[in-house]
Write a protein that binds this ligand. Sequence first.
Ligand code: PHE
Ligand code: ZN
Length: 893
Amino acid sequence: MDARTGADSPATPAESKAPQAINLADYRPPAFQVDQVDLTVDLADRDTRVVARLTVRRARAGATDLTLDGDPAMRLDGVTIDGEPVAETRLTRVAEQLTIADVPERFVLETVTRIDPVDNTRLEGLYKSGGIFCTQCEAEGFRNITFFPDRPDVMARYRVRIEADASAYPVLLSNGNRVEAGTLDGGRHFAVWEDPFPKPSYLFALVAGDLGRLGDSFTTRLGRPVTLNIWAARADLDKCGHAMASLKRAMAWDEQVYGLEYDLDEYNIVAVGDFNMGAMENKSLNVFNTKYVLASPETATDDDYDHIEGVIAHEYFHNWTGNRVTCRDWFQLSLKEGLTVFRDQQFSADMGSAALKRIDDVRVLRSHQFSEDAGPMAHPVRPSSYIEINNFYTTTVYNKGAEVIRMMHTLLGAEGFRRGIDLYFERHDGQAVTCDDFAAAMADAGGVDLGQFKLWYTQAGTPEVHAEGSYDPGAGRYTLTLTQRVPDTPGQTGKAPMHIPVKMALLGPNGQRLDARLAQGEGRADAEGFLLDLREASQQFVFEDVGVRPVASLLRDFSAPVRLTTDQSRDDKLFLLAHDDNAFARWEAGQDLAGDLILGLVADHAAGRALDVDPAFVQAIEQVIADAETDPALVAEIATLPSEVMLGQRMDEVDVDGLFAARQTVRETLGRALAARWQAVYDAASKRLAAGCDAADARQQRRVKNLALGYLGAAGAAGLRLAEAQYDAATTMTDRLAALRVLANADDPARERVLADFYARYEDQPLVIDKWFSIQAVSTRADTVERVAALMDHPAFTLANPNRVRSLVSAFSQLNQVRFHDASGQGYRLLADTVLKVDKLNPQIAARLVGPLGRWRRFDATRRSAMRSELERLVAVSDLSKDVYEIASKSLA
Ligand code: PHE
Ligand code: ZN
């Protein structure tokens, strides 16, 4: 039989130009459920054979036709129902779907398909990476492996038989427990895996390869032993220890904090070099990007260590928040992602410093999510429409989604939140549910009304909150007026006020918290001040018994993802920077001051005035670094200036060159004026490191030492010599890379030498070579565009590896504002050219590159039109993927 009609012809331009949007409002429960999936996967490079036996049950009365999803590139070799071949007349195969007419109420469907994993450069479905067969099914990759109702509300039990060449693929893995294994004729072997937990198809996984194993074990609090395995290339096994230790910490933490225990006998992690995202939470068989597994002090930075710990924990936490309870449909993606990001943030805060973790998370949110929320792709945490779901694995769904969960945690308190989580699992374990179900569990367990709060799921855009305070000394009364506005976003105007939790405190002249009484306005006093409920467009909060003029410390710990402006003076902010007892708020005051200063200088630059740095700011930073010995990491955070990207968000029109010049001037001024201080900080930290200190202290010392090195490098030649010496003597990647960064930005004879040395040292370590590409891509030097273009022709550069593309092209276009936005437009052209080339290989990665061009409205007329014309060039391409089409066309709209 041949059911391939129409399947192999490439999509016509008309089809690819007007892809269908999928709408939340059109959701219908599935017409058929699948209870059991039996797969036999016979692995071969160009011709893998997949036999799927599905036990199917009608779920919607009156449904007669079964529609399955299936990639047009799959060859369908046979279809039977209850053992009988299905007549060709009952089969319709159109685009991505196969429909079988007149099926019975219950039946066993068997299909035979053939696929080509080697040809799969999209890295979705079954593909090969470095000689390893692996799968990636979220969101809709399972349909590239076999025909299936590929939607998360179809949950089945899986039994998987893998057959492969025994010498090339000695390790055969899938979800659940291995129940059988043995040898076959012709040098082949097999393994059978059974997963007892019903799961959606996106959590299916299979791996086959010649992999090394790092084994360990964990005993759950109920005494169940769990075998833990990390599988990687043998040469990388010595770099898996940190990931393993992180996994065990995550398992223990989830038991302690949430009472959640692992539920199978085995937990496998496989590290592969070609991966579209960071990692994937497939049931008991996580597949990871090597970037989030491999680490040694010589090859990974301190930040890399943190990211690995966070991602390992994230995927582990998904076992409950994502796998045991999953999403009803992909509009609910934040149900699992927002919640799991929040959980991994909490975990990392507990493993290290809560304040530093919060600062880091807010920095990520502001630099990425706030710009997304202000651009053409702005969408709510729960989107209501999409063309390609892969485009909605966004910082809004993940990071703003986590902020929404965090606000519930703030509103309910830790205990109330825990009761809410318990109720959520009590109600929904084993189900595919919605964000409403989650919020209902929280509201019921916490006894709170989340009606207005739920606007956070449906209204896009970053709310703007403005605060004004006034003090009446005679009455001892302080009045705080908060106003809010939610900006228009594509498709959404005239939004309602949100429920915004505002943590705050009133501080007295020595920084002490004042015991005032909240006499008017919704809110409550807590151990650290007050938690106010801002619910209206404008609201007054009146505090009585305030004996002295207070300074308000507002939005402590960043209690809501809003843009806050205040009527506070420079002196109030300097006071908060010096005295606020909330570390986050203290950092925030410093960032705010730095921003005010730099934006003032941008105006001076535009007006042709000299750039004079406010000495009060220099003095404030000098005071901050006096604490470098007691709190080195926090000092380093405070003394780090906000990025040009973040500063640009505060301007009506981004002045690319002015921002660069102004920020650079402040860096150089701080470097020169405080050179002796920086040198002292550098020396003290180096001495402490040389004397030997514990790991946590060592990384704090490196952090502050490398901050000082950066300022010394900005100050002049002596700093560059110090960087060169540090580069040569470095024993950690953190130190070597920090020194390389300073030199890569400089016009210095040592620059080329150290870059060449770095390449030669790490040539055989792809993750380190990624750093080599990135550091050149983010260089502030004026020749960076040409340099990036030349690096694209470097023998080690390839468009086929997502990490490599990100290391060069994403780093350049997303982090290097001044050079990417070079007035010549070369950066834009380079990006669009790359998008088109990558689109042929991997549409998902191509679409993720488009973002920076979509920000065209934020720039001056010349840049605006250059960016627009690149977008127009993209949408005019006839065989563009729907992934790129969606982003590029929405960016132009
Ligand atoms: N679900 C993964 C995570 O957040 C991310 C992912 C999405 C990976 C889609 C691959 C494909 O942990
Ligand atoms: Zn996730």
